[in-house]
Design a protein around this ligand. Structure first.
Ligand code: SAM
Length: 245
């Protein structure tokens, strides 16, 4: 089960809209559609949609006139997301999926109102390129609503390298928070608003470091996990692509 469900960041009413198998494979660290202020008719792109949980929640918010596109680099996740949409009875809604890497989506410039992403960009080696791509595909005045994992402090180089050896675990690609905000600003985004933050407790840290599961990603040693306790946080935030002057 995804950690954000355990820590109650999705409302029960939202969870009831999502098929159980899709809840079980969700691996987010927040609820971006809950704070994206989605409006009927919005065009939403979900970066790293996984099994489709946030695509399903977004389509309920943007209504029949809206459009939601889930992008993921893993074809198996796209298949599961499509299955989730069908099981949720949303197959006739304006939903598409695209198998692509987030630094090269090939969508047209300025075509989306909102880009959401839930616990994905920490996994991307080139975060500058991902944020540039989000900026490029947004309309002027469009926004991002992101939940992601960062280190509160810089951590020592050897420790960092050991986490990077299991890149799939959501700590392997995480960077220091200060550097993260620089990346978001460098892409051109303004008005960064932190909506919520949560420092991971030891159980959450272990689950995060073994994402998507212990059968795929071995846990870090106890010493390494203890060394980052209190230093890993999930941040939920919005930012705006400024209007053209
Ligand atoms: C931790 S899971 C989160 C999935 C989903 N957002 C959720 O909340 O359940 C990360 C997802 O991002 C996808 N992903 C990771 N790096 C990616 C990249 N560079 N381009 C596209 N998708 C990527 C993975 O395939 C996986 O489905």
């Amino acid at each position: 089960m995804g950690y954000e469900i355990d820590s109650g960041l999705y409302e029960q009413a939202e969870l009831s809209l999502v098929p159980e198998f899709a809840l079980n494979i969700s691996r987010g660290c927040g609820n971006p559609t809950g704070f994206a202020n989605l409006q009927p008719g919005d065009v939403v792109v979900d970066f790293g949609c996984g099994g489709g949980i946030d695509v399903i929640l977004a389509v309920h918010k943007v209504g029949p006139q809206g459009r939601v596109i889930g992008i993921d680099g893993t074809p198996q996740m796209i298949e599961r997301a499509k299955q989730a949409v069908t099981e949720a009875g949303l197959q006739d809604r304006n939903i598409e999926f695209c198998n692509a890497y987030l630094d090269e989506t090939r969508f047209l410039d300025g075509f989306a109102d909102v880009v959401t992403s839930n616990c994905v960009i920490n996994l991307c080696p080139d975060k500058d390129a991902v944020y540039k791509e989000a900026f490029r595909i947004l309309k002027p005045g469009g926004r991002i609503a992101i939940s992601d994992i960062v280190f509160i402090d810089n951590i020592n180089h050897e420790l960092r390298e050991r986490f990077q050896s299991t890149w799939a675990g959501c700590l392997g690609g995480a960077i220091a928070e200060e550097d993260y905000w620089q990346t978001v600003k460098k892409a051109g985004f303004a008005e960064i608003q932190i909506v919520a933050r949560h420092t991971l407790n030891p159980e959450e840290l272990e689950a995060m470091a073994c994402c998507p599961g212990k059968e795929f990603t071995p846990p870090p040693s106890k010493e390494d996990r203890v060394a980052v306790e209190g230093k890993v946080t999930s941040v939920k935030f919005t930012a705006i692509k400024p209007l053209l002057k």
